[in-house]
Unconditional design. Sequence first.
Length: 415
Amino acid sequence: MPEKSLAAYEPVVGPEAISQLRQLGDQLKGARVVHVNSTRVGGGVAEILNWLTPLMNDLGLDTSWETVTGNEAFFNATKAFHNGLQGSRFPLTDTMIEAYEQTVAENAERLRGILEEADFVFIHDPQPAYLLELCPNRKGHWIWRCHIDASHPNRLVWNYLKRRVAGYDASIFSMPNFAQSLPHPQFIIAPSIDPLSDKNRELPAEEIDDTMRRYHIGRDLPIVTQISRFDRFKDPIGVINAFNLLNGSVDARLVLAGGGATDDPEGEAVFEEVLLAARGNDRIIAMQLPNDAHRTINSLQRASAIVIQKSIQEGFGLTVTEAMWKSKPVIGGNVGGIRLQVHNHHTGYLVDTPEGAALRIRELLEQPEHLAKIGRRARKFVKHNFLLTRHLREYLTLMLSLRRGLENHLIRVSP
Ligand code: UDP
């Protein structure tokens, strides 16, 4: 993992934001922090932990990032939890629960030492959630960080997961309406992007040109892009339907690009569906990317006139933030965390249907000045709300409040 330093962000966010972080960090110096998720590559959580871990270290906290590993049965079960939290209906079987609990128990053998010693443990999403019960001698604060839109979960799945997460000291959700009834404090913290990562930094124009040439994407027409894991909740087929509805009335190319996360077993099947739906329209380019294609994604986003994220469920949608930071108008599904970022008609457009998406694509491509204005507002909005310094500040504040809560409690019960 390349090391990062907070000082490098000063030109982007200003000195005050950095000094605020240093002051908060001073109060937590030496604290042992462990983040646990289930993949180092692919998906928004890995994206965040890539900068959060080194920046917490730069502030003097002793932070590490661990992952739970598992076999196909485990990731099929956790993908079912993931889909179930997002509301999918399916039977939660005993076999799934068994595969899940057994794999987390195997991981606990490896991780117990570091987790029980840590002052703060952040468990990201359902995959590692069961670890808490397997670490009976834990001494720190355990926080369950749910990155998923859990506002209308499948009840069977939630009833099971609730038992796994009820014992945590706190949980974090990205939006107030994702929060669930749990017997501990719940915090609302929106995700963010790293403006200096390979995914988001400025790129030389030649590099963008090279990338487009490498993938045979002609720049003679405006490009409309969706970058996502191939996942049904990202609705790639809906994007193709929207594009086909334009029926040649607007000259453009559509790019659908994404790879699989190592913890997502459904990607291949969805990609096959996408190829089938795109067949016959040579202005649609669907491509799979390797997991470390950060600069390629950066180039694709920068080369696009419009970025689409037509999800039908979305915890947050870092791809939306990434595009907005690059001054691109986003046409986003009117769901979950996309609504935090895309303010309809101001920082982008929210759509409910392929028809709506088609209408907005046409409108934006026909009015380049309007397109540019929305793009400028989008960048400003991300600068003020969704860069990593705000996110880090909220994590530090949460940790301090948990620690102080405990101290107060001890003071109250002491004679
Ligand atoms: N991403 C990536 N490669 C891909 C697809 C996505 O690196 O093939 C990145 C994308 O740029 C973003 C993150 O993975 O940073 C996806 O986060 P998001 O919140 O949009 O969705 P998630 O995949 O977590 O549901």
